[in-house]
Design a protein around this ligand. Structure first.
Ligand code: FE
Ligand code: FE
Ligand code: ZN
Length: 275
């Protein structure tokens, strides 16, 4: 059975998210580790985390794919803001230790004119520091659409970050909207794109997927998510994804423009598409 879920609100705690996931037919989910557009994190509640872990085990959940705040830019220009982002990354991983064995995904960052190479250096050094304490969490670089000065829109940039960090605890989360917008034709040639990913990054590094359709055409570098089957990717692309031997065992997270009932429908749809 595929691990399929969506983004859920973390406001009522971990156990409440597991209950919501069960209600909508999900067996994984994503959540923001702190306010997605700010930096505030919730008070920690170890009992709540333990309850969630037990419920997930009982219901055979796949790994969760937590999401770092959008505002956390590890390669921003101002040294103080950069150090603050690196501290947030470290604190997020420490908090994630309450949910051992799950994934922490984040946007690598935007180099804001400093150049990709400088961006990669900053991202890698922040990751190295945060990974040092040995928290039981794998960090995932999200593939980006290449909007503005985003780092991580090409497989090579993801590889370069991974190499610069030099840790087994770094993987990749492929966002279907982002890579299609970024110029990887998963509609026309999913196999070819995955072969390219394997050659450049290595499929052993692929840990999770964000499953989104796109409001924009191929290689538009725009990053606007659409509901499944209503955008430029189309339903057949998602059928191919949920059945692909290199993808079907990965947690798949919906980030489509939906509320819970819409997510429930899309989760059911993906399960129907899975042969
Ligand atoms: Fe994201
Ligand atoms: Fe995403
Ligand atoms: Zn996106």
């Amino acid at each position: 059975m595929n691990y399929i879920g969506c983004h859920l609100s973390a406001s009522a705690g971990y156990a409440e998210m597991v209950k919501t996931a069960l209600n909508i037919g999900a067996n994984t989910f994503a959540f923001f580790t702190r306010n997605p557009r700010g930096s505030k994190a919730k008070q920690e509640d170890p009992q709540d985390a333990a309850r969630a872990v037990a419920m997930m085990e009982e219901n055979h959940f796949g790994p969760l794919v937590a999401h770092g705040a959008y505002t956390m830019n590890l390669c921003t220009k101002d040294p103080e803001a950069r150090a603050f982002a690196a501290d947030i990354l470290c604190d997020d991983l420490r908090r994630m230790a309450a949910l051992p064995g799950n994934f922490y995904n984040f946007h690598p960052g935007s180099h804001v004119g400093q150049g990709t190479e400088a961006g990669i250096d900053y991202i890698a050094s922040a990751l190295k520091k945060a990974l040092e304490p040995g928290y039981p969490v794998k960090v995932l670089l999200e593939s980006m659409a290449g909007k503005g000065s985003e780092v991580g829109a090409s497989f090579q940039e993801l590889r370069d970050i991974i190499d610069a960090v030099g840790s087994d605890n770094v993987g990749v989360c492929l966002d279907t909207c982002h890579i299609y917008d970024g110029g990887y034709d998963i509609v026309g040639d999913l196999d070819g794109v995955l072969q390219e990913f394997d050659r450049v990054v290595g499929l052993d590094r692929l840990c999770a997927l964000h499953v989104n359709d796109s409001k924009n055409p191929f290689a538009s570098h725009k990053d606007r998510h659409e509901c499944l089957g209503q955008g430029s990717l189309g339903i057949e692309t998602f059928r191919a994804i949920v059945n692909h031997p290199a993808l079907r065992d990965k947690p798949m997270i919906l980030e489509t423009p939906n509320e819970l009932p819409g997510y429930q429908k899309e989760i059911a749809l993906l399960r129907t598409l899975a042969e």
